[in-house]
Design a protein around this ligand. Structure first.
Ligand SMILES: C[S@@+](CC[C@H](N)C(=O)[O-])C[C@H]1O[C@@H](n2cnc3c(N)ncnc32)[C@H](O)[C@@H]1O
Length: 305
């Protein structure tokens, strides 16, 4: 029997800005293994603490789910950096029927509220931020997922450059499954592991890919995974945001992990912003590195181990 959640925490709020009760259960889709806020029965939480996500629809969705989950009189603390949605939190919560105390601290806005007797607009906010089919991608998707409603130009360039692959491979950071669908179009592909740290992406990729050769896992590429070994190929559009130092480090980990899990002669297909310094780590980890395409600020590499 699963123990009901009494306090939900979303993300990793800075410890000096929010006290997280010991019994709090993590519900962020970006932390593998977390519970789903969507599955919390309405009116059952005593409290919720949210490091509110930056996307507007995504944030309103999480605020609405948390309010739905709270029992009458339950407390909600939502915070976010001022320039990543924090400045709009109080207004968004007021729009959901809450009376809000809003405090600025260390470049964040910290909003506290008690669940109102009759919150407003919860259904609209959860519908707006929930999974749906978008026609321009012809895929199932959800706000908050990388490039959730349009084809990323880096992915487009990789799609245009990929040959028909063979054997068993992996898609690191699979997102909605756009690259995986193209890879699986080759009948010579016998297996494909899709991995993403975002549960929403993994859930949508399962719907979008639906191929018996594919296995989709909610996991962090940085964690050990014994199922990934002696692969014939890896495809990836590694995470990037602003091309900041942290993102570059993560991109380099994706390259190193690909080199680890490929067999000798196996190939990595990687697309990235042209300004990201990935050529040196590719050359350090692979025997042959070939720039295959370059357009609109992106580059595709084929790297052979
Ligand atoms: C640039 S997006 C590419 C998504 C998809 N392949 C595409 O082409 O549209 C990078 C993906 O990596 C995922 N990601 C970020 N960090 C990760 C990690 N540590 N482990 C696994 N996936 C990660 C993100 O959630 C995101 O879906």
């Amino acid at each position: 029997m699963t123990v009901p959640i009494r306090h939900a925490v979303y993300g990793l709020p800075p410890a000096d800005l929010a006290d997280i009760p010991e019994e709090a259960v993590q519900v962020s889709p970006l932390i593998p293994g977390s519970a789903r806020l969507e599955d919390v029965p309405p009116g059952t939480l005593a409290g919720a603490t949210l490091l509110a996500p930056p996307g507007t629809m995504e944030r309103r969705y999480v605020l609405a789910l948390a309010l739905r989950g709270l029992e009458p009189g339950g407390t909600l603390l939502a915070l976010a950096p001022k320039d990543r949605g924090g400045a709009r939190l109080a207004k968004e919560l007021a729009g959901l029927g809450c009376t809000v105390a809003d405090a600025p601290r260390r470049h964040h806005r910290i909003c506290t509220t008690i669940r109102p007797a009759a919150p407003e607009g919860l259904e609209a906010a959860t519908a707006e931020g929930g999974p749906r089919h978008v026609d321009n991608l012809a895929l199932c998707t959800q706000p908050g997922i990388f490039s959730w409603d349009r084809l990323d130009p880096g992915s487009a360039l990789l799609l245009a450059s990929l040959p028909a692959l063979k054997g068993v491979g992996a898609d690191f950071g699979c997102g909605l499954g756009i690259l995986a669908r193209a890879v699986l179009a080759s009948s010579a592909v016998t297996g494909l592991g899709l991995i993403d740290i975002d549960r929403r992406a993994v859930e949508m990729a399962r719907r979008n890919v639906g191929d018996p050769r594919a296995t989709v896992r909610w996991a962090d590429i940085r964690a050990a995974d014994p199922t990934l070994a002696r692969l014939d190929f890896v495809v990836t559009n590694p995470p990037f945001h602003d091309g900041g130092a942290e993102d570059q480090a993560l991109g380099k980990v994706f390259i190193a992990r690909a080199a680890e899990v490929l067999r000798p002669g196996g190939t990595l297909w990687l697309t990235a912003n042209a300004h990201l310094p990935y050529e040196a780590p590719l050359r350090a980890a692979f025997r042959h590195v070939t720039p295959v395409a370059s357009a609109s600020g992106y580059k595709v590499y084929e790297a052979r181990k």
